[in-house]
Design a protein around this ligand. Structure first.
Ligand code: NFS
Ligand code: SF4
Length: 651
């Protein structure tokens, strides 16, 4: 079974909802005049530009756009820029875009955290242990000090990280020592968080940095400032404020929308608003109001990474991933969709207009024409959440025909790296030792991270789940985040029962611990959890001195956003082999792509690859994992070999 080939420009019709037994929402909604990305793709009159897709279109000055073909020597920019330079500049700007999304998210979280620490908001310091651990990272004295005191200083120091111009960032000191030395040697350690984005924008300005390797050097520094800076600060502060996730049972897919309740959808990325929504959704007064409007209650559900945040911390169901956001509205069963930032389709208000649904934007950074704007900040979040839910209740009586597919699936989500520690090591002796031992003895071959978006260009969900199934079948423990996690959830891969699909070694470990073979680690900023998990594996010992030596690999099979590029690049710079699916934004320049796919490994141990076929993608990762095992000298400990010897002895 290969990928169902989709010609570029034609969207696959199924969104992985698997609405077997229900009327297809897409088809029915189409009849009601709803236009989703499927119709927009099919109606597209101009095919995607191949220069743009492969990275060799430059439009940063008015002499251009300059489009170039590397195989033709004269095909360079008016200014003389080569395809490698142009592709590198474009790649850098993608990293800058993605990194700044995470950095701005982290910045906002730091402000909210500081307000909570100062007692100026409804949020509290929930995880005091994690607060103290982060204080240590920030070199803050904790002995004899109150939680509030420590929290204020942590908040101030976290905030200062963003505007820092020199001296380096604290969280990156958590990386394995060998890795830090390597970064020091290559000079790529970020000096502050935001500075690295500004420098990318400067270097990629017309006539500045024109050496593709030197450009990628800055992309690397910026991506590291994302992963070990902006993203990590987001995750840590969110955990301290809202609670560090522990494994939680919940449901995913469109079937979580309720037929007879007020459906309120939270969509976007920052948990600031969604936490407030979760706090008030069960308020007796609001429930009473919902009943007075004829509903049975209030049903709060999530979409995209906000969905992952509330799923992990509250067991709130996830209605859909990125690709399903329009279809969630097309059910006609949503009273309000509340959005904040990132990955929100501009088409939502138009889809909502076909129904009684209201789309509400809440961030001053993200307004959409046609949506109602109600600004939320951390000082008024609960009050605003209440107001928003009341608006949704008021809409309920206007609901007309609805079509909610029946499908929903059990998931277990919320495997923070702390949980993995406790789960495998036991409550009293938390440790990564059992995981390391199982990798060394070969029951688990290694660790595979499957992360990122879902795509309009492939049969969504199919690609993610095919990669994951292939990995677990080959005894690779899988970590998932973002929309990839939701896709796995829909397919039943986030349940302990999914261990049946795993190879014998992994299955045995999963059954002993009672965990799924695919661990949901959170949203996309939570990819920073994977960095820490990898670091813990190194620290535990026996699997090398650096992340690049651990038998592990990562992939983003259906990537689409700039954030995915930044994430991929910080993993590469941290020593990880990263495979992206379907397209890669530099392929028109062989010179640059060769560097990213090969040359860069000599500097950082990690490198990029692209592979469209999900089975082959998994095999590339497995091959890398096996090579890492070989290099560590643990290949001989293959379980089957031991078994054979035992059998021979028995004979
Ligand atoms: Ni990540 Fe999350 Fe989804 Fe992609 Fe968008 S929601 S931050 S970018 S599409 S995984
Ligand atoms: Fe063309 Fe150079 Fe201007 Fe880019 S910077 S648009 S390659 S002239």
């Amino acid at each position: 079974m290969g990928t169902k080939r989709t010609p570029i420009g034609v969207a696959p019709r199924c969104l992985g909802i698997d609405c077997e037994g229900s009327t297809c929402v897409v088809e029915q909604a189409e009849g009601q005049g709803v236009v989703t990305y499927i119709q927009r793709m099919n109606r597209r009159t101009i095919e995607p530009c191949l220069f743009g897709q492969g990275g060799t279109c430059c439009r940063i000055c008015s002499f251009g756009p300059c489009m170039m073909i590397e195989e033709i020597p004269e095909s360079i920019g008016i200014c003389g820029a080569t395809p490698a330079t142009v592709a590198a500049r474009n790649f850098c700007r993608m990293v800058a875009g993605g990194a700044s999304a995470h950095m701005d998210h982290g910045l906002e979280t730091a402000f909210a955290f500081l307000a909570a620490a100062r007692g100026e908001s409804e949020y509290k310091i929930k995880d005091k242990k994690k607060l103290r651990a982060l204080a240590e990272v920030f070199e803050i004295k904790t002995e004899g000090r109150s939680t509030e005191d420590i929290a204020i200083e942590v908040g101030e120091k976290a905030l200062a990280e963003f505007g820092k111009q020199e001296g380096g960032i604290y969280c990156i000191r958590r990386a394995p020592e060998k890795r830090q030395e390597l970064w020091k040697k290559t000079g790529v350690l970020p000096r502050g968080i935001q500075r690295e984005v500004v420098e990318i924008m400067h270097r990629t300005h017309m006539g500045t940095d024109q050496d593709h390797e030197n450009l990628i050097f800055q992309a690397t520094r910026c991506a590291l400032a994302d992963g070990w800076g902006g993203s990590m600060i987001s995750t840590e502060l969110q955990d301290i404020m809202f609670g560090t996730p522990v494994p939680t049972r919940a449901l995913v897919n469109l079937g979580v929308l309720a037929e007879d309740e007020v459906n309120v959808v939270v969509h976007g990325h920052e948990p600031i608003l969604s936490e407030a929504m979760a706090m008030v959704a069960q308020d007796p007064e609001l429930i009473e109001a919902a009943k007075n409007a004829g509903a049975r209650g209030i049903n709060l559900v999530g979409v995209c990474c906000t969905g992952n945040e509330v799923l992990m911390r509250h067991g709130i169901p996830v209605a859909g991933s990125f690709i399903q956001q329009e279809v969630v509205l097309a059910t006609g069963a949503v009273e309000a969709m509340v959005v904040d930032i990132q990955c929100i389709m501009q088409s939502l208000p138009a889809v909502a207009a076909c129904f009684h649904t209201e789309v509400i934007t809440t961030s001053d950074r993200a307004k959409i024409p046609g949506a109602k704007h109600i600004e939320v900040d951390h000082h008024n979040a609960v009050q605003t959440a209440r107001q928003i839910i009341q608006r949704a209740i008021d809409r309920y009586p206007k609901r007309r025909e609805i079509n909610i597919p029946k499908n929903k699936m059990d998931v277990v989500a919320g495997f923070s790296h702390e949980t993995i520690n406790h789960m495998l090591g036991g409550a009293f002796r938390a440790s990564y030792r059992p995981l390391n031992d199982n990798i060394i003895n070969g029951r688990i071959r290694g660790v595979g991270a499957v992360v990122g978006c879902d795509s309009t260009r492939v049969r969504s969900g199919y690609v993610h789940t095919t990669v994951v199934k292939e990995l677990i079948k080959n005894n690779v423990l899988v970590l998932v985040t973002g929309c990839a996690a939701t896709a796995c959830g829909r397919a039943g891969l986030l349940r302990p029962e999914a261990a049946d699909l795993a190879g014998p070694g992994l299955r045995e470990v999963c059954e002993t611990v009672g965990m799924p073979p695919v661990l949901h680690m959170g949203s996309c900023v939570d990819n920073s959890r994977i960095l820490i998990a990898a670091t813990e594996i190194v620290r535990e010992g026996g699997l090398g001195d650096d992340i690049s030596e651990v038998p592990a690999a990562g992939c983003a099979p259906e990537w689409m956003s700039e954030k995915a590029i930044s994430i991929g690049h910080y993993f590469v710079a941290s020593g990880v082999y990263v495979v992206f699916g379907r397209t890669f934004p530099t392929t028109n320049s062989k010179v640059l792509t060769d560097y990213l796919f090969r040359g860069i490994a000599e500097e950082y141990g990690g490198k990029w690859a692209v592979e469209e076929d999900p089975v082959k993608m998994a095999q590339l990762m497995i091959q890398h994992i096996e090579e890492s095992r070989e290099a560590l000298g643990i290949q001989a400990k293959k379980e089957r070999v031991l078994f054979d010897m035992e059998m021979r002895r028995e004979l």
